[in-house]
Design a protein around this ligand. Structure first.
Ligand code: FAS
Ligand code: PHB
Length: 397
């Protein structure tokens, strides 16, 4: 077994793992990143599209803000449409903050390039990743690559391995509390090289189900519709999908929808999940390894960045100032922001989706809630504060 040594072993080269490795590098802390997929596979994942202002600030601090500044689209609002009415949530007017439209694929590419430029140690296509002795002061991670087994001895392990990774499983059942809500639908998404139908994002609640009109640039659009859980994307021809997108957006918006061949088409399951143990001994969880939010609030990637900037600050204080406060507070401080964001994502999901089992009273409540939002600046401000991104607390107290 070939021996490797680092201060922080990071499992997962998604946005959380890459950003943590980059932020640690900038304060002189060594890390080794393990990824089971290839670099092109990770970079090619089409996922999030909206970055909170706080996320952009963290990415800029991490040294990956240049392309984001040039190519990211600054959005000062978004719209909610329902019952043939549209309400613009004026983010900048209501909160003084904006969001930036810049795909997760681009964020990942920028982080990969930054790690490569700094000769970061990233191992792709690894297998058999196992965490060892996380409750001791000398944890380690073993893995295989090209048929050779390796062990990384480290001071800490960061589990950035997403919802299906091994890190969370290492925490004993009796030491963690997991909360989950699986929704009875999925999101069928299409990415197409066609101009967007609107300058800003539109979240539409229709009698036929939810739809979202988003984009990646002035020439590339991203649309989603709610579909039945477990549906097969092969059952959705592009023509059928475009027809359904237009039907749900309503006649006015439909006339601006430009159709075209799919660059990517897929179905994502929709769930809310929180693991209320983001630390176990020398193991710290960040991002989807610890929580999943329904994408209705555009929060998954942004929450991952929030966790990572807390964890990087805490490791910096530990290694460079012998201050353990951040590591001790990490789980509690991160979970406070996670639960508030979960609530927002859950509220937006319940507000805008058609639940098969909802009775007429529930449907009337949805419509009344929308009416209330459309006519209340206070309600729109509450939505804007969450969508633009909740502030970060000081992890060091
Ligand atoms: P990730 O899942 O991105 O990364 C984890 C990494 O760990 C992966 O690269 C994985 O290959 C690796 N890994 C797993 N097990 C491993 C092992 N045993 N060994 C080594 N490596 C391992 N968020 C939004 O805001 N908007 C969206 O529209 C949106 N759409 C999504 C669609 C899908 C299908 C999914 C799954 C998620 C979506 N998300 C969306 C959420 C998504 O953007 C996540 O929040 C974001 O990727 C979180 O980043 P990470 O925590 O790094 O997790
Ligand atoms: C996207 O563009 O992929 C996107 C935007 C907003 C969301 C979810 C996904 O809420």
């Amino acid at each position: 077994m070939e021996g490797l040594k680092t201060q922080v072993a990071i499992i997962g080269a998604g946005p959380a793992g890459l950003l943590l490795s980059q932020l640690l590098h900038l304060v002189g802390i060594s890390s080794i990143v393990l990824e089971r997929q290839t670099r092109p596979h990770v970079e090619g994942r089409v996922r999030a599209g909206v970055l909170e202002q706080g996320t952009v600030e963290v990415l800029t601090r991490a040294g990956v803000g240049a392309r984001l500044e040039n190519e990211g689209q600054r959005h000062s609002g978004f719209s909610i449409s329902a019952n043939s009415k549209t309400c613009r949530i004026a983010l900048e007017d209501l909160t003084g903050r904006h969001v930036t439209v810049y795909g997760q694929t681009e964020v990942t590419k920028d982080l990969m390039a930054a790690r490569a430029a700094a000769d970061g140690e990233l191992h792709f296509e690894v297998s058999n990743v196992e965490l060892h002795d996380v409750e001791s002061d000398a944890p380690s991670v073993t893995f295989s690559k090209g048929g050779v087994s390796h062990r990384i001895t480290c001071s800490f392990i960061a589990g950035c391995d997403g919802f299906h990774g091994p890190s969370r499983q290492v925490i004993p059942r009796e030491r963690k509390l997991e909360h989950e809500r699986v929704y009875p639908f999925g999101w069928l998404g299409i990415l197409a090289d066609v101009p967007p139908c609107d300058e800003e994002l539109v979240y539409a609640r229709s009698a036929y189900g939810f739809a979202l009109a988003s984009m990646r640039s002035a020439t590339q659009s991203r649309y989603y519709i709610q579909c039945r859980a477990g549906e097969n994307v092969a059952d959705w021809s592009e023509d059928r999908l475009w027809d359904e997108i237009r039907r749900r957006l309503g006649p006015d918006m439909a006339s601006h929808v430009v159709t075209g061949p799919a660059v990517e088409k897929g179905i994502a399951p929709i769930r809310s999940f929180v693991c209320e143990a983001m630390q176990h001994g020398r193991l710290f969880l960040a991002g989807d390894a610890a929580h999943i939010v329904p994408p209705t609030g555009a929060k998954g990637l942004n929450l991952a960045v929030g966790d990572v900037q807390y964890l990087a600050t805490a490791f910096d204080a530990y290694f460079n100032a012998s201050n353990e406060a951040g590591l001790k507070r990490y789980a509690d401080v991160a979970l406070q922001r996670i639960w508030k964001t979960q609530r927002f994502s859950w509220m937006m999901t319940n507000l805008l989706h058609d639940f098969d089992d909802s009775d007429s009273f529930t449907q009337r409540m949805q419509l009344a809630e929308l009416d209330d939002i459309f006519s209340s600046t206070a309600k729109q401000t509450a939505i804007a504060e969450n969508y633009a991104g909740l502030p970060y607390d000081n992890i060091l107290g």
